[in-house]
Design a protein around this ligand. Structure first.
Ligand SMILES: Cc1cc2nc3c(=O)[nH]c(=O)nc-3n(C[C@H](O)[C@H](O)[C@H](O)COP(=O)(O)OP(=O)(O)OC[C@H]3O[C@@H](n4cnc5c(N)ncnc54)[C@H](O)[C@@H]3O)c2cc1C
Length: 394
């Protein structure tokens, strides 16, 4: 058996998590960090919500991958097909084997179309779309802005959907647009949220419900979208009131997500297929040299880019702690949802995994819609992402 090329720290996935960790490790003095990332274009995914709201273009959220990989980090432009944690080896699609001292697994999650039968066929029609895929984000706004009468349904899943409450951004942008163009009264807007709340932060939840009521949106929580019938343009839903069918003229989906199948096939997955880490230390429960972070990891909180600001320093520190037998740091479950309440205002819901507020700043109250927060999220945050976060300055 040949000896594979080995790296001190190998990272699977050069998205928000992988690049932030790679940059952070380099800044901390780790000399040999490599990332496996097949995509030649990097996406700043939070901007997809603005594309779906008609206020940004896809060009604004894309950069060539090789321009954003932190200096000194080697990139393998291939995808991982399997990990052999017993041998500490990662297998790439082209047959390359890579060894590692420590392995960070952060390949993100993928839309799980199979979880809602009919949803993939529905988004192939002009009557349904999602902001969760770049190719459909632009179509979301085309669909919503063209609607002048009928029924618009927004369905937000609670099955590993990244930063699920941001699915409300296209809703409030559309409602604002419909009001401005004088058609809001002719459109029935239904919001179906699978979670028991719009956002897991009591104050922000109240603000969002008040904003929805102001636009006349019919809000239901605890409602699961079971299937879509694109031919009849009907939704099959279930909840406390039992099963029901709803017609739609425009359907927006924030769909369920799943982790890549090879995570489980490699013996790294939990019961739902996500990387089975201790949600505090982010260390794999059975393979101590394997770490998990980002959307693919089972960290028991709403996945978000903001959560990575706390996860990345924890993994970087704990890799060192494992080697030196030092004390490990713990991730507190922090996550964040920046949600617009109109085309001009946004609130920030920052909380832990139990919904307890965890504000970055004690003042002002960021869970109240503000113009300044929208400007921050839309214009400043992307610059922070490109120039600081994914360069490891976290
Ligand atoms: C529409 C939308 C809006 C969002 N809005 C916000 C927001 O406003 N605020 C916020 O905090 N968060 C937001 N998020 C969530 C945020 O974008 C994610 O939490 C974050 O990108 C997760 O980072 P990640 O690195 O785990 O996954 P990703 O960013 O998805 O990166 C995973 C990377 O792994 C690569 N990969 C996949 N498979 C393999 C493989 N087999 N081998 C090697 N590499 C692989 C992929 O190509 C990808 O580059 C939003 C997400 C979406 C989709």
């Amino acid at each position: 058996m040949s000896t594979p090329q080995r790296h001190d720290v190998l990272i699977i996935g050069g998205g928000n998590a992988g690049l932030s960790l790679a940059g952070r490790l380099r800044r901390d003095g780790c000399r040999d960090v490599a990332v496996v990332e097949p995509a030649s274009v990097h996406h700043y995914r939070p901007m997809l919500s603005y594309v779906a709201s008609g206020t940004a273009t896809l060009d604004e959220l894309r950069r060539p991958q090789d321009e954003v990989v932190p200096a000194g980090v080697h990139r393998y432009a291939d995808h991982v097909v399997r990990v052999d944690p017993g041998r500490s080896v990662v297998h790439l699609a082209d047959g390359t084997e890579l060894g590692y001292g420590d392995l960070a697994v952060c390949p993100g999650s993928q839309v799980d179309w199979d979880a809602v039968p009919g949803s993939r066929a529905a988004v192939a029609t002009p009557h349904a779309a999602t902001s969760y895929l770049p190719e459909l984000a632009e179509r979301t706004w085309t669909m919503l802005s063209a609607l002048t009468a009928g029924r618009a349904v927004f369905a937000i899943a609670d099955r590993h959907t990244p930063c699920a409450p941001v699915g409300l951004k296209p809703l409030f942008a559309a409602a604002d647009h419909w009001r401005r163009t004088g058609v809001l009264g002719d459109i029935r807007v239904d919001l179906l949220v699978e979670a028991p709340h719009l956002v897991q932060h009591a104050r922000a939840d109240r603000e969002l419900r008040a904003a929805a009521a102001d636009y006349g949106v019919h809000v239901r929580t605890g409602v699961r979208l079971d299937a879509v019938d694109p031919d009849d343009r009907a939704l099959h839903v279930s909840g406390d009131d039992g099963p029901a069918n709803l017609p739609y003229d425009a359907l927006y989906l924030a769909p369920p997500h799943r982790a890549p199948a090879w995570v489980t096939d490699s013996g790294l997955g939990d019961a739902e297929g996500f990387v089975d880490v201790d949600p505090g230390t982010l260390q794999h429960r059975t393979h101590p040299r394997v770490w998990g972070l980002g959307d693919a990891a089972a960290v028991a909180t709403v996945p978000s880019g903001g959560a990575l600001r706390r996860q990345v320093p924890v993994v970087a520190r704990n890799i060192r702690a494992r080697r030196t037998r030092g004390g490990m740091r713990r991730y507190d479950g922090y996550t964040v949802a920046p949600v617009t309440t109109s085309l001009r205002h946004l609130l920030l819901a920052e909380h832990d995994r139990d919904g307890r507020p965890l504000p970055t700043l004690p003042f002002p109250e960021l869970a109240r819609p503000r113009r300044s927060l929208l400007l921050f999220d839309r214009y400043l945050e992307p610059q922070i992402y490109w120039h600081r976060l994914i360069q490891g300055k976290v």
